[in-house]
Design a protein. Structure first.
Length: 265
C-alpha cells in the first residue's frame, strides 16, 4: 500500500498558522512524524492559509522546509497550475502531482508536465460535468485517462487514478459506487495503473471519523485500492491497513507483524 501522508495541509489549523508565521518547526515535525509512521509520500497543500497571490511562494517555502529534514518524495497538492509549476521547480526528488481531472486538454497538459519532471500523476475521474454519480461514468473516465497516458507513452506505474470518494454523511450511495468501480477496473490495463483515494473525504463532518476511515480503507483494499492519502498518525487506521495487507497475502505473518511492518519502513 502506498501511503501519502495528508497532514501538511493548510486546512489544518496548526499548519495554517505555521504557513502564516513562517514557522518551519511545525512543518518539519509533521514531516518527520509522518515518515516515521510509514508515509511513502508527503502531501503538501497550502490550502486557504494565504491569499491566492501568495500561494506559489508558500508552496515553495513549505517544500524547502520539508526537504531540509527528509528526502521523502512530495505530493504537490494544488488545483492551480502556477502553484504546481512553482513547486516543481523547488523539489529535489521526483514528486507526485495531485492532480488533474479527466478533461482531455488539462489531462494531456499534466501528463506532459509529469513527463518533464519524471513525476507521478494523480488523475481524477471527473470532468466538466463534475463528479459522476454512477459506476459507469467513473469507469468510462478512468478508461479515458488510461488511453491518454498510453497515447503519450506515460508509464502506468506512475499513474494514480482517483475514483473520488465523497462524504458518506451527505451521499451515502457513493462508497459502494466507488467499491464497484474499483473492482471493475482491475483489468483495465496490464500492468494496471495505481488506484488512489483521498480517504478522509469519506468521513467528512461525521462523528466517528477514524472508525469510518479505517473500515472503508480495508474494504477498498479488498477491491484493488493500492494507494491512499491518509493520516498516518492515526495508529488504528495504520494497524487496520497493515492487517488488511496481511490478510490479502501481501505481508508475511508473524506474531509481531505490526512491529515488523513499521520497522521495514
Amino acid at each position: 500500500m502506498i501511503i501519502v501522508g495528508e497532514r501538511i495541509n493548510g486546512q489544518f489549523s496548526e499548519v495554517e498558522r505555521a504557513i502564516q508565521n513562517k514557522d518551519e518547526s511545525i512543518i518539519q515535525d509533521l514531516a518527520l512524524k509522518q515518515v516515521e509512521a510509514g508515509s511513502d509520500y508527503l502531501d503538501v497543500n497550502v490550502g486557504t492559509a494565504v491569499p491566492s497571490r501568495e500561494k506559489a511562494e508558500a508552496m515553495v517555502w513549505m517544500i524547502e522546509a520539508i526537504q531540509a529534514v527528509t528526502d521523502t518524495p512530495l505530493a504537490l497538492d494544488t488545483p492551480v497550475e502556477a502553484v504546481m509549476k512553482a513547486g516543481l521547480e523547488a523539489v529535489d526528488n521526483p514528486p507526485m502531482l495531485n492532480s488533474t481531472n479527466a478533461d482531455p486538454n488539462q489531462l494531456n497538459e499534466y501528463i506532459e508536465l509529469a513527463q518533464k519532471y519524471n513525476a507521478s500523476l494523480v488523475a481524477l475521474t471527473m470532468d466538466k460535468d463534475g463528479v459522476p454519480n454512477d459506476v459507469a461514468k467513473r469507469t468510462e473516465l478512468a478508461g479515458n485517462i488510461v488511453m491518454a497516458a498510453m497515447r503519450k507513452n506515460y508509464p502506468f506505474d506512475k499513474l494514480f487514478i482517483d475514483l473520488i470518494i465523497l462524504p458518506v454523511g451527505a451521499m451515502q450511495q457513493q462508497p459502494p459506487i466507488v467499491l464497484e468501480a474499483l473492482s471493475q477496473l482491475q483489468g483495465i490495463a496490464d500492468p494496471p495503473p495505481h488506484f488512489i483515494l483521498g480517504l478522509s473525504n469519506v468521513s467528512q463532518n461525521t462523528v466517528e471519523r477514524s472508525l469510518i476511515n479505517r473500515t472503508y480503507l480495508t474494504m477498498c483494499m479488498a477491491n484493488g485500492l493500492d494507494a491512499a492519502i491518509v493520516d498516518p498518525l492515526d495508529d488504528e487506521l495504520m494497524d487496520a491497513m497493515i492487517t488488511a495487507e496481511l490478510l490479502l497475502n501481501e505481508q508475511i505473518y508473524s506474531d509481531s507483524y505490526l512491529q515488523a511492518y513499521r520497522k521495514s519502513k
